[in-house]
Unconditional design. Sequence first.
Length: 140
Amino acid sequence: MAASTSSDPSDGGDTAGRRQSVPMPLDYSEPIIDAGSMKWHKIGEGIDRQILSYGPDLMLVRVRFAKGAVGALHHHPHRQVTYVVAGSFDVTVGESHRTLREGDSFFAAADVPHSVVALEEGALIDCFTPARTDFLESAK
């Protein structure tokens, strides 16, 4: 994925000297990704997602949360490991509920309902297997 250049004002216009946004192809083609070149996508009130890297069987995603933002209870066929980069979150996975802080993590097996509530501004790193092609489609 080579950096693209654009004069489209919606993506920052002429950005000479700054990192460029990289389009998100549905196929995996670049093994090393500069996170600063990857676009953020608003996915909910106070929640932004950035796809960092992926292949067909694995995907790494960063998610930013404003204080009070809710990652609603949901489930999917992907297995997920989540690492708390910053902040603290009330987390529910299946029947388990706990407050997690920086450095903590959780695992959600396929189709197990899970949710988070940001107790303060924070960030998570999500790892999915297989890759979330729905995220790629919505990032177009």
